[in-house]
Design a protein around this ligand. Structure first.
Ligand code: NAD
Length: 381
């Protein structure tokens, strides 16, 4: 089969779904590879590096979509790309199926198969294909770097001839994949790091990374993640009040707040209120990784950086992985390559789209002229 990667057309998107290295691995599965000219340029991979890896380079998106049996890309296809999809072609991409019925209908009508990367089941066997996690990891790291870039002081404390410098205090709200990456980055830069999550089972992980888990003065336990399949659900009003009271206490003390709190299929919970922003010191920085889902901070503006009247910088960028396009592309292309390995069990360049396989079934949102989203729950953990 021929695996093809077009240049991303979403404005500002710098990632690419195939790298020269992943192309070499795809060829070992018996596939041929093709990219549109310039597909990897914004991520640091030029046409020559693809050619050196045995990849065909074609001049236009039209030629790419025509040549490829499997199209691998990053962003959900737009209308023009959906029009290019054809029967018996497979598209592997982020697709936002829950909010993209129109896209699924268009693909199913054509008889194309769509594998949505955000639907890869989060089971151990599929971790190597879990693009949500690989991108969240980058976002968490980059959030701290972005905060540091907008913060006028060191992270680590220092005693220098010119005076004593106190360490910065960082609070990370939400300790999922992105939150844990932010915690690791913050502690490794030497900041005093606090972290809060509604799931108490992450406390040990937080503490093992050198951060302090924030407990609430609340008689009931924090939410039991095991009861919700590892994900958070909406907190009770009493719990939420206790959480906000704790954050109000911390607001004047912390220099940097990184918020990552999300609940699947809902708007982000609002956890950092206007009065908390007002209580922060001038020069403090908030990075709101939940900006795309409405933000955890009341004042966040998606895709923008604002500075409040009291001198607090609030960053609501939604493109953190794209800001590290080389690294993000390398990891995303590897996620796709692993998926292709499962789709090519005989390593003979022939795809076996096995709808009995939990991972493939879970991520397939259109197949054989049907919409196959949402999938049944996975049989294995
Ligand atoms: P996410 O991006 O959906 O949410 C981020 C974090 O926000 C979560 O830790 C959540 O508990 C937290 N949160 C929600 N509401 C909050 C609130 N009010 N206050 C504070 N924190 C709040 O999470 P994620 O990174 O996708 O991970 C969620 C779960 O999925 C975890 O249990 C994780 O271990 C699991 N996971 C499993 C796999 C795998 O097995 N392959 C891969 C990735 C994640």
């Amino acid at each position: 089969m021929k695996i093809g990667t077009p240049k991303e057309i979403f404005e500002g998107e710098a990632r690419v779904a195939m790298t020269p290295e992943s192309a070499l691995q795809l060829q070992k599965l018996g596939h041929d590879c093709v990219v549109e000219t310039g597909a990897g340029a914004a991520a640091g991979f030029d046409d020559a590096s693809y050619k050196a890896a045995g990849v065909e380079v074609v001049k236009t998106a039209a030629a790419l979509w025509k040549a490829a049996d499997v199209v691998a890309k990053v962003r959900a296809p737009n209308d023009a790309e959906l029009k290019r999809l054809r029967a018996d072609q497979t598209l592997i991409s982020f697709f936002n199926p829950a909010g993209n019925t129109v896209g699924m209908e268009a693909a199913a009508k054509k008889g194309a198969t769509v594998i949505a990367m955000e639907m890869i089941p989060r089971i151990s066997r599929a971790q190597k294909m879990d693009a949500l996690s690989s991108m969240a990891n980058i976002a968490g790291y980059r959030a701290v770097i972005e905060a540091g870039n907008n913060f006028g002081r060191f992270f680590t404390g220092q005693i220098t001839a010119a005076g004593k410098v106190p360490p910065a205090k960082v609070l990370v709200v939400g300790a999922g994949v992105a939150g844990l990456a932010a915690i690791g980055t913050s502690t490794s830069l030497g900041a005093i790091t606090y972290a809060f999550d509604v799931r108490p089972e992450v406390a040990e992980q937080v503490e093992s990374m050198g951060a302090e888990f924030v407990y609430l003065d609340f008689e009931e336990e924090q939410q039991d993640g095991a009861a919700t399949g590892g994900y958070a659900s909406v907190s009770s009003p009493e719990f939420r009040e206790a959480q906000l009271a704790k954050f109000r206490e911390l607001a004047p003390e912390v220099d940097i707040v990184i918020t990552t709190a999300l609940i699947p299929n809902r708007e982000a919970p609002e956890l950092w209120t206007e009065d908390m922003v007002k209580a922060m010191k001038p020069g403090s920085v908030i990075v709101d990784l939940a900006a795309e889902k409405g933000g955890n901070c009341k004042l966040t503006v998606a895709d923008e950086k604002i500075v409040t009247d009291n001198g607090v910088t609030i960053i609501g960028y939604t493109d953190f992985p794209s800001r590290m396009a080389t690294q993000a592309s390398t990891l995303y292309a590897t996620n796709i390559r692993h998926l292709m390995t499962d789709l090519t069990p005989e390593k003979d360049g022939v795809i076996n789209h096995d709808m009995e396989d939990d991972v493939i079934r879970g991520a397939t949102v259109t197949h054989a002229k049907e919409i196959t989203f949402p999938p049944p729950p996975p049989k294995i953990a």
